[in-house]
Design a protein around this ligand. Structure first.
Ligand SMILES: C[S@@+](CC[C@H](N)C(=O)[O-])C[C@H]1O[C@@H](n2cnc3c(N)ncnc32)[C@H](O)[C@@H]1O
Length: 256
């Protein structure tokens, strides 16, 4: 549990990382203006994460909860863009006086992979479209830039581990022992499935897995990857809604 000064630090950090100190975050209710506002606020702005505050609050709750309940394991985000959520995970460890756990930061650091157009036509169309190519630059951000972002907050140390490359190559051999939090934000079917197959078996019972794009049905097949993995591994822990796009579940303590 954090105290008042720690809470104030984390609230301030969330506002800085989401670029909401003095401007409001874009919301889906912005309608046709949403993409424009999203691009201005996050991509062209100073935000270090593009997730809404509600999802940062969800991450904070999950992290504090596993610390309080002493659920063993490190934290990982697979798909980090500018690194904001992993910076935040490292900050919560600091605020909670946690000295053992590490944060794993996994990304190509060169943006989204090209989806197979035959298997994943919606993703391929979005990937090749003007928004992804011109406005979002496929969410590309270099490893050096992400490290610099950690440094700005004095949170780059030996408890932050970077895993650079495509998930299909890196996650199967990543030297991770045990995880208490998995956050998957790789958008596409294969990126999500690679995260599930390689990381979920390492999640401690009682830990959390958060799927950022579960509800992004207009341009990804993330939901299908999650549903398929859950069905084939007999996972029936309830999926809990953070907002209309982001969902998470807790790995059951018994029979997990
Ligand atoms: C939407 S962004 C992540 C947003 C980030 N979580 C945040 O807080 O702003 C998606 C990220 O996933 C990465 N990514 C997606 N699929 C990947 C894969 N198969 N291998 C490596 N990186 C991948 C991209 O490089 C990009 O940084």
């Amino acid at each position: 549990m954090t105290g008042n000064v720690q809470d104030l630090y984390l609230e301030l950090l969330k506002a800085v990382l989401t670029n909401t100190l003095d401007s409001n975050e874009p919301v889906l209710d912005d309608g046709p203006l949403f993409i424009h506002r999203f691009t201005q606020h996050y991509i062209n702005g100073n935000a270090l994460t593009m997730v809404p505050l509600a999802r940062m609050n969800n991450l904070q709750q999950c992290v504090v909860d596993v610390i309080d309940r002493k659920i063993a394991g490190d934290f990982i985000e697979a798909g980090v863009w500018r690194g904001g959520l992993t910076i935040f995970m490292r900050a919560v460890l600091e605020a909670c006086g946690e000295t053992e756990r590490c944060v794993w930061v996994a990304d190509s650091f060169e943006g989204l992979p090209v989806p197979d157009a035959e298997k994943y036509p919606l993703e391929a169309a979005a990937h090749a479209g003007p928004v992804m190519t011109k406005s979002f630059d496929h969410f590309s951000c270099s490893l050096d830039q992400v490290k610099e972002n950690f440094s700005k907050f004095h949170l780059l140390d030996d408890r932050v581990h970077f895993i650079k490359g495509w998930f299909k190559d890196t996650l199967p051999i990543a030297p991770i022992q045990r995880l208490a939090i998995i956050r998957l934000d790789g958008d596409y079917f294969e990126s999500t499935m690679e995260g599930l197959v390689n990381l979920y078996p390492k999640l401690s019972p009682g830990g959390f897995i958060i799927i950022d794009d579960y509800g992004e049905d207009e341009w990804t097949y993330c939901r299908q990857a999650v549903d398929q993995y859950r069905a084939s591994n007999q996972i029936d822990a309830p999926l809990i809604e953070v907002d209309s796009k982001c969902f998470y579940w807790q790995k059951p303590i018994a029979n997990s």
